[in-house]
Design a protein around this ligand. Structure first.
Ligand code: PLP
Length: 387
């Protein structure tokens, strides 16, 4: 299947693979255990924590989409991150961005505080600081590009080249774009990671995560760790649902992105808005890199309002087609206030350092009709100006 585009692989992987009845869509396996035909030889699946046919098919599909050599599906994105932390030993250095998803930073800091590894937090768009962190011979470099919530862009290929010279592994959290719009392994990364809760599932009704590896042996080792630590997604139903979401990933990403383009045009021209963060804007500092390493600019937008909390409250009170909620990547549009929502686990100092200001808002643009979204956001922004 490798010769096909990511969109085709998303639709076709595993279709018509049911040897029992020829079901076009593979069935759901809910059984927690599987019988041994020969008690002396373990079957391919024996106990669902170690895997079941739905987990395996989701892993194959996501591995195909990212062009990997093995994938491990986990019960949420943070479990996928926890899994990768098993590759680090006491004394190893992990370089992470100062503006990563708040839950990722909380995990990195908590594990570092227990002595699991040494944490180096750096603004990865500050080339001198980032180069110095890499020169210090870390074992792993963590990228989140575009980052959450400010959509900062890091050059994946250039980072991988530098990391290679000191033997560091590079992980890219690819949650914000999905493999339809960015394929980190092709740019030299060792691991691509997703919270599949987001675009990959795409319907805000299942949690999951995945680590896709560039090396089959490492993937096997991580499979072992995932089972050992209980990080796997043992639910056949959950994996079935996430795979069902994957089928429409290519089509959804197209609409998310088209809608985002129209909302960016509104935001950049509206007097209530002081700043718009979107890598598709030529004024965005990471625009050229994004253009080179991404196949599109995605469906996430952040922006700031003139004024303060009162203006934020007015906007959130007036939007009707944007649910005020955390998470992202679903078919429905969401608006989020990172400071008290997604990034509240970061203290005020860390938020200020990451650029999460008092009027920063983040949109996860859904696949509703673009004109409806523009009309709704326009009336809410007008209310901000009129108040
Ligand atoms: N990575 C990114 C970029 C995220 O935005 C999130 C969650 O919002 C995660 C990882 C964690 O994923 P999960 O919530 O599925 O554990």
């Amino acid at each position: 299947m490798a010769k096909y585009s990511a969109q085709t692989l998303a639709v076709r992987t595993g279709i018509e693979s049911d040897s029992a009845h020829g079901a076009v869509v593979p069935p759901i396996y809910l059984s927690s255990n599987f019988a041994f035909a020969d008690f002396k030889a373990a079957p391919q699946f024996d106990y669902a924590r170690g895997g079941n046919p739905n987990t395996q098919l989701l892993e194959q599909t996501l591995n195909n989409l990212e062009g990997g050599q093995g994938a491990i599906v986990t019960n949420c994105g943070l479990a996928a991150i926890t899994l990768l932390m098993q590759l680090l030993n006491a004394g190893d250095k992990l370089v992470v961005p100062h503006d990563a998803y708040g839950g990722s930073l909380r995990l990195f800091k908590a594990l570092a505080a227990k002595g699991q590894f040494e944490l180096v937090i750096v603004d990865q768009t500050d080339t001198a600081a980032f180069d110095a962190a890499i020169a210090d011979k870390p074992a792993m470099v963590w990228l989140e590009t575009p980052s959450n919530p400010l959509l900062r862009i890091v050059d994946i290929a250039a980072t991988c080249r530098k990391a290679r010279t000191v033997g560091a592994k590079v992980v890219v959290d690819n949650t914000f774009l999905s493999p339809i719009l960015q394929q980190p392994l092709a740019l030299g990364a060792d691991f691509a990671l997703h919270s599949t809760t987001k675009y990959i599932n795409g319907h805000s009704d299942a949690l999951g995560g995945v680590v896709v590896c560039s090396d089959a042996e490492v993937a096997e080792n991580l499979h072992w760790w995932a089972n050992c630590l209980g990080l796997t997604d043992c639910s056949g139903l959950n994996n079935y649902m996430i795979l069902r979401g994957v089928r429409s990933l290519g089509a959804r990403m197209r609409v998310h992105q088209e809608n985002a383009g129209q909302l960016v045009a509104l935001l950049t021209s509206h007097p209530a808005v002081s700043k718009v963060y979107y890598p598709g804007l030529s004024s965005h500092p990471g625009h050229d890199i994004a253009k080179a390493q991404q196949k599109g600019f995605g469906g996430m937008i952040s922006f700031e309002l003139h004024g303060g909390l009162e203006q934020v409250e007015t906007l959130l009170k007036h939007v009707q087609l944007f649910s005020v909620a955390e998470s992202l990547g679903g078919t429905e549009s969401l608006i989020c206030y990172p400071s008290t929502m997604t990034h509240r686990s970061m203290d005020a100092e860390a938020q200020a350092l990451a650029g999460i200001g008092p009027t920063l808002l983040r949109l996860s643009v859904g696949i509703e009709q673009a004109e409806d979204l523009v009309t709704d956001l326009t009336q809410a922004l007008n209310a901000v100006v009129e108040n």
